[in-house]
Ligand binder design. Sequence first.
Ligand code: NDP
Length: 369
Amino acid sequence: MDLRLLLPSLIPSSQSVYVLVFYFVYLAVAGEILPGKVIRGVVLSDGSQLRYRCNGLFALSLLVAILGISAKLGVLSPLVVADRGLELLSATFIFCVLVTLVLYITGRTSSDKSSSLKPHVSGNLLHDWWFGIQLNPQFIGIDLKFFFVRAGMMGWLLINLSILAKSFQDGSLSQSMILYQIFCALYILDYFVHEEYMTSTWDIIAERLGFMLVFGDLLWIPFTFSIQGWWLLHNKVELTVPAIIANCFVFLIGYMVFRGANKQKHIFKKSPKTPIWGKPPVVVGGKLLASGYWGIARHCNYLSDLMLALSFCLPCGISSPVPYFYPIYLLILLIWRERRDEERCAEKYKEIWAEYLRLVPYRILPYVY
Ligand code: NDP
C-alpha cells in the first residue's frame, strides 16, 4: 500500500465529521423517543437498577429507511461510508480519545456514591483511562455504555450495506459477498431483536466505561468486523456448492447454539424454574444453571460466537489470512474474557462456583478446553 496515498485518506474531512455527528445525534434522539420495551438491568451492589429502552431494531430500521430514501432521492450517496472508510475510522478514533478523556476527568472529579457513578480510581492515569472510572456514566440522561455498543453494532451493518452498494456499482458483486452480507445482517438483526439480552452481559454489568470499551464498541466492532467485506471488494473468490453448503451449516449451528445458550441463561435469571429442553433445570446453590448448554460447557455461548465469526470469513476462501482477523481476535478475546469472568464468578459465588466447576468441567469446548 502506498503510504503517500494512505496518510491523506486518514485525515478526516468535514464531511466525515458531519456523517459521524448526524449518526450520533440520530441515535441519541431515536433512542429517547422511539417506542421500545423498557428493561430493568441487573441489581447493582447498592440495590439500584438501571432501565434500558430496547428500541434498537426500530431505530435501525428507521435509519436504514431514511438512508435508503435519501439515496434514492440523490440527497446522499450510499457509497459515502465505503468511499470514506479510512477517514471515518480516524474521525471515530479521535472521537474515542476525546470522549474517554472527558469520561476520565468527570470520573475523577465525581463525588457520587451510587454503584453506577462511584469513581474507581487506581491512581495510574493510563490504567484508569483505559479501563474507565465509572460503571455506568450518563450524558443528558443517556446511558453511554448501552449507547456506544448500539452505535457499534449498527455501524457494522451500515458499513456492510455501503460495501454492498459499492460492489453493485463496480460490478464485483459475488456469491461470496452475498453470503457474507446475509450472515452478518442476520447476526446483527438478531442482536437487535434480542437487545434486552445485552443488559445482562459482562460488558454492561461488570466493565467500567473507559477507552477499552468505547474504542471496542465504536471503532473495533464496525471497522474490523467488516474486514471481510472490504477484502471481497478487491478479491474474487470462486466457491463450490459443497463449500457454500458447509458454510451455511457452520453459520446455522453456530447461530442455534449462540441464541440457545444466551436465551437459556437470560430466562433462567428471570424465572429460574422454567424447564430447559423439556426438563426442570439443574441448579447449583439456587443461583447457577448447570443444564442445557450451561451443563455442556461453562461458555458454550463463546464457542458458538467463534463458529459464527468463522462463518463470516469462510465466504472469502482460504487464499489469504486477512479475512480471518475477526475469528482470531475473537478467540484471543474470549479466552481472556472467560478467565476474567471465572475469577469474578469464583469471588462472587464462592463454594457454589466450585460445585459448578465440578459438575461442568469444560470451559468452552467440551472434551478439549
Ligand atoms: P456471558 O453471557 O456468558 O455472561 C457471563 C456472566 O453470566 C457471569 O459473569 C455470570 O454473571 C453469569 N453466569 C455465568 N455462568 C452462569 C451459569 N452457569 N448460570 C447462571 N449465570 C451464569 O458472557 P458475556 O457477557 O461475555 O457474553 C455474552 C455474549 O456476547 C456471548 O455470546 C459472547 O460470545 C458475546 N460476545 C461477543 C463479542 C464479540 O466481539 N463478538 C465480545 C464479547 C462477547 P452473574 O454475576 O450475573 O451471575
